[in-house]
Design a protein around this ligand. Sequence first.
Ligand code: SAH
Length: 201
Amino acid sequence: MVRQDLRGRGIRDERVLDAMGRVPREVFVDRVRPSDAYGDRALPIGCDQTISQPFMVALMTEALGLEGDERVLEIGTGSGYQTAVLAELAREVVTIERHAALSEEAARRLDALGYFNIRFVVGDGSLGAPQGAPYDRILITAAAADCPHALWDQLREGGVLVGPFGSSASQWLEARRKRGDRVEVEYLVECRFVPFVVGES
Ligand code: SAH
């Protein structure tokens, strides 16, 4: 997976490649043969949601430019796979999921794998987690028309927010850097994510 689907498709950050080599993806998907867990595709994780394909996880993580000391806010815990990759590369991760069942399952897996720098929150991620703000990085793993204001407000000056924005049919993965009143936008790739749903489940 790392050689063919990640390095082979242009992922260059060695720390991201190493982290994705370490996190056992098969732990995060049920009812799938272990070898199938590593194919470059999204897979079902229950509650009508999917675990993102490895290439997309790598691209999003690389775009965050993590160096090790950051506090990261993630919206959309899902299976917890992306959360594990973030926890490998940052100081602390706060992750929000609207489906309690997914959050509990992810917490159980990540505890069993020995990650202790993650805080799990159940609720509507469009509100963020204001108690812990500001965050150095924010990652949104579900597609919204645009970035919710509360999340942008919780990003520190100079920080980066990554997420898929657009309509349900067509989205672009964007990296947005906060520069005072300005936003520096980098368009990374056209993509298709499950919808960002405002409100609790
Ligand atoms: N990163 C996950 C995949 C996430 S799929 C993984 O590696 O497995 C997107 C997730 O975002 C879904 O679990 C969905 O329930 C969640 N989600 C969608 N809208 C949300 C919201 N407003 N607040 C919190 N979570 C949300």
